[in-house]
Design a protein around this ligand. Structure first.
Ligand SMILES: NC(=O)C1=CN([C@@H]2O[C@H](COP(=O)(O)OP(=O)(O)OC[C@H]3O[C@@H](n4cnc5c(N)ncnc54)[C@H](OP(=O)(O)O)[C@@H]3O)[C@@H](O)[C@H]2O)[C@@H](O)CC1
Ligand SMILES: [K+]
Length: 517
C-alpha cells in the first residue's frame, strides 16, 4: 500500500472532485458517513456520551458532519468548536449551519473557557486538527489536549491525532492528542510507523472515502507499506525440475569463541529460506558444534581456533552473508578488511562487519553495488552519523544509500528498507522479537533469498516481511517473553505457507525442534 504525503493527499482530493464532478462538501459528507458507519457498527446505539471536539478547518468539518449523523441516529452527543482561528473553512461552515438547522448549538471553546467534564467511560472524537496543521498549537489548545488525556476516555482521532504533523516530529509531546484509535482517510500516514511519532496512536485503520483510484495508482510515493499483498507478486515459485544446484549457495562468514550460535542461526535461516546449499565459514572452535547440531550445513574453518584471521575458501557461493558473531579481534578486523576489499560476490553485511565499514568508509566504495546492510539503531548511527529526528534519519539514510549504492535495512519495530530514494515500511513482527539472535536470523534469511534468485532489494524487503511473519506465528505459541530466535527460524516455513493461506486456514505455530508430523 502506498504511503502518500500530505501534499499528495490534497492533490488526490482535488483530482477526485474534478473527475467525479462533485463538490468538496460531497467528499466531506462521504468521509463523515464512513466515520459514522465505523462508530455506529461498534457501539450499536449504546447511550454512551460522545464528545466531539472540532476545529475550524476541514478536519473540524468532518467532526461536525459526523455529529449530525450521530444526532440523527439518537446518540448522546456534545459538540465543541475549538475556536483556534477566525479563518474557518467553507465546508466547516456549511456543516455548522446544517447542525444549527437541527437546533444543535455547539459550545465554542476559547482561551479562557471552562473545559467540559468528560467521564472515563465516555467517547471523545478528536477532529481538532488534520493534515493542515502547520505550527505548534497555542498553549490553551495544548491545555485542552491535556484535559482530554486526563479524562482517560477512549479517544478516536479523525484522520490523524490532532497536533501531529505529517512531516516532522512535534517539539512537545503534550501538544499532540494521544489517540486510542485513528481513522485515517484512504491511506496510512508515514508518522504512524516512526518510533518518535507512532506513539501518538495505539491503533490506526484506513477508511475508504473513494478518492480517485487513477490518481492513487499512477502517483509514485516515497514510501510504501509492505504487507502480504505487496509480497505475493515478488514470490518466486519453485520449478518442478529445479534442484539444489539451481537454488543457489549461501555462504555465512562469522563467529568467534562463544558466538558460534550466531552462525548456526544465520546459516539455518539461510537454508530454511530456500537456499539450495549453505556453507558456514567459522573459526575452528565452531566446527564440532555446527557439524553436530546442523548436519545440513557444510563447514569451512579458519586456521585459528577462536577467531577468524584469514578469509579464504575454494567454493563458489552465490551470495555471502558476513558479520554475525564475528567479534572485534585485531586479526579478524584485518581479515575482514582484506576480504571486503577484494570480494566481488553479492553481500549481506551485518553486526561487526558493519562497524568495520563505519570506521573505514573507503571500504564502502569497494563493496559490490546493491550490497544489503542490516544495521540496528546504534550500528546505523555509526554508519550514517547522528540524526536530528526520525525524518532526518530517513533522509540521511536515503542519501547514504544513494552515495554508496547500497540497500539499508533500518531495523526497528517497523523496519524500513531504503533504496533508490524509496522506503519500504514493514508491517510484520512483534516486541517478542527484541531478543538475542533474531538479527542473525534476518541476515541468514536475506542471504538465502538472494541465493535462490531474488534481487537484493526484493530479498531485503521480503526477508524482513517473512522474518516478522515467522515471529508473529511463533509468538502465538510462546508469548512475547519466551520467544527465541530459534523459534523464528522454526517458523520460516509457516511464514511462506501463510502467504497463500486463507484467513480461516492460517498455519499453526511450529514449536522449536518439534518433530514434523
Ligand atoms: N484529503 C481528503 O481528501 C479529505 C480531507 N478531509 C479532511 O480535511 C483535513 C484537512 O483539512 P484542512 O486542510 O482544512 O486543515 P486542518 O487540519 O483542518 O486545519 C485547519 C487550518 O488550521 C490552520 N492551522 C494550522 N496549524 C495551526 C495551529 N497550530 N494553530 C491554529 N491554526 C492552525 C491552518 O490554516 P492557516 O491558519 O495556516 O491558514 C489550517 O488550514 C484532513 O485532515 C481531513 O480530516 C475530509 O474532509 C475529506 C477529504
Ligand atoms: K484529528
Amino acid at each position: 500500500m502506498k504511503i502518500f504525503s500530505a501534499k499528495q493527499i490534497y492533490e488526490a482530493d482535488k483530482a477526485t472532485i474534478k473527475k467525479n464532478n462533485i463538490s468538496s462538501d460531497q467528499l466531506m459528507e462521504g468521509a463523515a458517513v464512513q466515520l459514522f458507519n465505523w462508530l455506529h457498527y461498534r457501539i450499536q446505539g449504546a447511550p454512551v456520551k460522545i464528545h466531539l471536539f472540532c476545529g475550524i478547518g476541514n478536519n473540524g468539518g468532518d467532526g461536525i458532519a459526523l455529529a449530525r449523523h450521530l444526532q440523527d441516529h439518537g446518540y448522546n452527543i456534545a459538540v465543541y468548536v475549538v475556536n483556534y482561528s477566525k479563518k474557518r473553512s467553507d465546508d466547516f461552515l456549511v456543516n455548522l449551519d446544517r447542525l444549527k438547522d437541527r437546533k444543535i448549538w455547539p459550545e465554542f471553546l476559547e482561551e479562557n473557557s471552562v473545559l467540559p467534564e468528560i467521564g472515563r467511560d465516555d467517547i471523545i472524537v478528536d477532529a481538532i486538527f488534520g493534515i493542515g496543521l502547520n505550527r505548534t498549537p497555542d498553549a490553551w489548545v495544548v491545555h485542552l489536549f491535556e484535559h482530554i488525556q486526563k479524562s482517560e476516555a477512549f479517544v478516536l482521532s479523525v484522520d490523524i491525532p490532532s497536533g501531529l504533523f505529517t512531516d516532522r516530529v512535534p517539539e512537545d509531546e503534550k501538544a499532540v492528542v494521544k489517540a486510542n484509535h485513528t481513522l485515517s482517510f484512504q491511506v496510512p500516514k508515514l508518522v504512524f510507523f516512526l518510533p518518535e511519532t507512532g506513539i501518538f496512536t495505539e491503533q490506526w485503520e484506513v477508511l475508504d472515502i473513494s478518492l480517485d483510484p487513477e490518481y492513487l495508482t499512477n502517483t509514485e510515493t516515497d514510501y510504501e507499506l509492505i504487507g502480504k499483498n505487496e509480497m505475493l507478486p515478488v514470490y518466486i515459485p519453485r520449478e518442478k525440475f529445479s534442484h539444489k544446484g539451481t537454488h543457489g549457495h549461501g555462504l555465512i562468514i562469522g563467529g568467534s569463541y562463544g558466538k558460534i550460535g550466531a552462525v548456526h542461526l544465520a546459516s539455518k535461516a539461510c537454508l530454511q529460506s530456500g537456499s539450495g546449499l549453505v556453507t558456514a565459514y567459522v573459526p575452528k572452535c565452531g566446527y564440532i558444534p555446527l557439524q553436530t547440531n546442523f548436519p545440513e550445513a557444510m563447514v569451512l574453518t579458519d586456521v585459528d581456533e577462536n577467531h577468524i584471521t584469514k578469509i579464504e575458501f575454494d567454493i563458489d557461493p552465490t551470495v555471502i552473508g558476513v558479520g554475525v558473531g564475528l567479534g572485534k579481534d585485531k586479526a579478524t578486523v584485518k581479515a575482514l578488511e582484506e576480504f571486503l576489499g577484494e570480494n566481488k560476490k553479492p553481500l549481506v553485511i551485518d553486526a561487526d562487519a558493519l562497524n568495520l565499514l563505519s570506521e573505514n568508509k573507503d571500504l564502502l566504495e569497494k563493496i559490490p553495488a546493491q550490497s544489503v546492510l542490516t544495521p540496528h539503531p546504534k550500528e546505523l548511527e555509526r554508519l550514517i552519523g547522528k540524526w536530528k529526528d526520525d525524518f532526518d534519519k530517513l533522509d540521511t539514510a536515503k542519501k547514504f544509500s544513494k552515495q554508496y549504492d547500497c540497500i539499508l535495512v533500518i531495523k526497528g519495530s517497523h523496519t524500513i528498507t531504503v533504496y533508490d530514494n524509496k522506503g519500504y515500511v514493514n508491517t510484520t513482527g512483534n516486541p517478542g522479537m527484541g531478543t538475542g539472535g533474531t538479527g542473525d536470523v534476518l541476515t541468514g534469511m536475506i542471504t538465502g533469498l538472494i541465493a535462490q534468485g531474488y534481487n537484493p532489494l526484493n530479498a531485503a524487503v521480503f526477508g524482513v516481511y517473512l522474518h516478522g511473519r515467522a515471529g508473529d506465528i511463533a509468538v502465538e505459541k510462546t508469548g512475547y517473553q519466551a520467544l527465541t530466535a530459534t523459534d523464528v527460524v522454526a517458523n520460516i516455513g509457516a511464514a511462506f505457507i501463510d502467504l497463500f493461506a486463507q484467513p480461516e486456514n492460517r498455519p499453526e505455530a511450529n514449536e522449536n525442534e518439534r518433530p514434523q508430523e
